[in-house]
Write a protein that binds this ligand. Structure first.
Ligand code: HAS
Ligand code: CU
Length: 557
């Protein structure tokens, strides 16, 4: 094992000032609260596929689509970005050993809260049952769109806090490489902030004036296209913070090391370059987009598959080193030796395993012709509950098991309940996704309240039942998470909590000269990403614009 002695030891812990930790803690609480609030309708939706209708038991819920909007918005928009708004700056500060800019941090928090209040108002009063994709001509109250714009602005401010810290670091360490953990955190949000510009344009230029009655018609194709322009990259914005944990924290948590500094950086740069120019793979069936554009985006989608494959290799290697150091032998014996009794590790290992299936189903989606079979069926939520719903959500739950104790100074309330939560969730998703995927292949439609649908097929019965059973088990998993985290915050034993972030060491040091140094030139890579975006979206907008507003707004639910 001597060849595996790390050359770059993780620097010793840097602690943020208390007041900044408080801002981060409250930002993260919003995220986990959104996770828990969002899964109630997830349960109702899953049971509906098993033909069980519990919607009537939800106080104040008027329609299925109101609930489904709440589920999507809370779980994929508020949960993920609230978490990242705190987690990524925290990683940056720790890696650069610098405080953050307090003004920016609190402004980001306030913007997030204000955005949330507006979105919650619109959704709870049933004035925004447009689902998280906000497809026009479904029309929401303007507070919904403005609220989401503010949530996005809070992510920009969060990136700004990281960039200010980076500038300070660079000023004091002229010519030094950016520490790996900070690099990964910053690239994650650089990619996202670049990717968020189209959706902000969609909302500010088209949907907000239309929802306020300033314009009376909208162009559904342009708004959909702007949504997916951001909308594919958004899934990597959810994923990359989880990857930050898999790359830079999990190796330490299992006793391993990051296998290569440059490799990890290259993977993240590939995400910066390739996450955005692929959005038409969500619009293969849309009229008005040429086949050539769809084909180009299809090919690039296979390109963005690659850095995830590379991640699987790197993460697996780091785990194997950890498992072998812990005494594991043989081809697979190291897997048993991983710290399966550590709830933070177990949650993330289960998330990784399930992501293999999430990734594989992504390939079917991405394939132009196979997409025709599964588009708009429950196959698609089958896919994304194994990606964002597990690879991301279960990882962020796993991170909570050290992060909440770290931020509160309180010991995790119960390791056993935390472990049970992850296993419930993982077993649940496997049953749930099996149901969604098989019934999807039989054409069971997504976004449909099957319990009350007037059309049905016996071919959906088994898949629907599995969806209901698996979804219920997942729900129990999240409730156990909620109890664990809630009790930790209220009643966790003071003291005896982790005093530092589990930052991993790296096997190979960052190069001091040569081409690798260029990896840290963020401006250069952003320009490269913009060039790829122009190539992949320029022809569509060049030939299609100006927008063709033809549709008034509808609010049928
Ligand atoms: Fe997707 C639809 C293609 C990844 C989320 N996707 C969606 C939707 C969502 C979503 C939310 O091309 C629905 C949107 C809507 O509402 O309509 N997706 C892909 C492809 C990938 C992919 C090619 N998706 C994701 C991720 C998501 C996500 C990540 C969220 C976080 N997806 C599509 C397409 C559609 C789509 C089409 C449109 C479908 C339609 O018709 O509507 C790939 O990037 C996936 C790459 C992943 C891998 C897996 C790597 C595995 C790793 C784990 C390693 C495991 C280890 C375990 C180490 C290659 C890294 C070791 C453990 C031990 C214990 C030993
Ligand atoms: Cu996509």
């Amino acid at each position: 094992m001597s060849a595996l002695t790390p050359t770059v030891l993780a620097p010793q812990g840097y602690q943020l000032p208390d007041e900044q930790r408080r801002a981060l803690r409250w930002t993260i609480y919003i995220g986990y609260a959104a996770l828990v609030a969002g899964v109630f309708h997830g349960l109702a939706n899953a049971l509906s596929y098993a033909k069980i209708d519990i919607i009537g038991y939800f106080p104040a819920l008027r329609t299925y689509y109101q609930g489904l909007t709440a589920h999507g918005v809370a779980n994929v928009l508020i949960f993920t970005f609230s978490f990242s708004n705190a987690f990524l700056p925290l990683m940056t500060a720790r890696a650069l050993a610098r405080p953050l800019h307090s003004g920016l941090l609190w402004t980001s928090f306030a913007t997030l809260v204000l955005g949330n209040v507006m979105v919650i108002y619109a959704v709870v009063t049933n004035q925004a049952s447009v689902l998280y994709t906000s497809y026009a001509p479904l029309q929401a109250h303007w507070t919904y769109y403005v609220g989401l714009v503010l949530v996005v602005v809070s992510t920009w401010l969060s990136l700004a806090t990281m960039l200010v810290a980076l500038r300070g670091f660079r000023r004091e360490h002229v010519g030094a490489r950016v520490p790996l953990l900070a690099f990964l955190a910053i690239v994650s949000y650089l990619m996202w902030v670049l990717a968020s510009l189209p959706i902000e344009t969609e909302f500010i230029v088209f949907l907000i004036p239309w929802s306020m009655g300033i314009t009376d018609k909208v162009d559904p194709l342009i708004t959909r296209t702007l949504f997916w322009f951001t909308g594919h990259a958004i899934v990597y914005a959810w994923l990359l913070p989880a990857y930050v944990s898999w790359y830079a924290l999990i190796p330490r948590q299992v006793g391993g090391v990051v296998i290569s500094d440059s490799y990890s950086r290259i993977v993240f740069i590939l995400f910066l370059l390739l996450s955005i120019p692929v959005g038409f793979h969500h619009q293969y069936t849309d009229p008005g987009v040429s086949e050539a554009m769809k084909a180009l985006h299809g090919v690039l989608t296979f390109g963005v598959f690659f850095p995830s494959l590379a991640t699987a290799f790197s993460v697996m290697a780091a785990l194997e080193i950890g498992g072998r150091r812990r005494g594991g032998t043989g081809l697979l014996g190291w897997i048993r030796k991983l710290p399966w009794r550590d709830p933070s590790v177990t949650a993330q290992l289960l998330a990784m395993i399930i992501f293999v299936l999430g990734g594989a189903t992504g390939l079917v989606n991405a394939s132009f012709t196979m997409n025709q079979v599964i588009h708009n069926t429950t196959w698609v939520p089958g896919h994304f509950h194994m990606t964002v719903g597990t690879a991301v959500a279960l990882t962020l739950m796993g991170v909570a098991y050290w992060l909440i104790p770290y931020l509160t100074g309180r010991r995790l309330w119960s390791r056993g309940v935390a472990l049970a939560s992850s296993w419930f969730y993982a077993v649940g998703i496997l049953i749930f996704a099996r149901g969604m995927i098989s019934a999807g292949l039989e054409g069971m439609p997504r976004r449909t309240f099957r319990a009350q649908a007037t059309y049905d097929s016996p071919a959906w019965d088994i898949g629907g039942a599995l969806t209901g059973i698996g979804g219920s088990i997942m729900f129990i998993g999240v409730m156990l998470f909620f109890v664990t985290i809630g009790m930790t915050i209220i009643a966790g034993k003071k003291g005896d909590a982790p005093s530092d972030i589990p930052v991993s060491s790296t096997l190979t040091a960052p190069a001091k000269e040569g081409w690798e140094v260029r990896l840290d030139k963020f401006g250069f890579w952003v320009v490269m990403a913009i060039i790829l975006i122009l190539i992949s979206y320029g022809p569509f907008f060049g030939t299609y614009l100006p927008a063709n507003p033809v549709s008034p707004g509808y609010a049928p639910f």
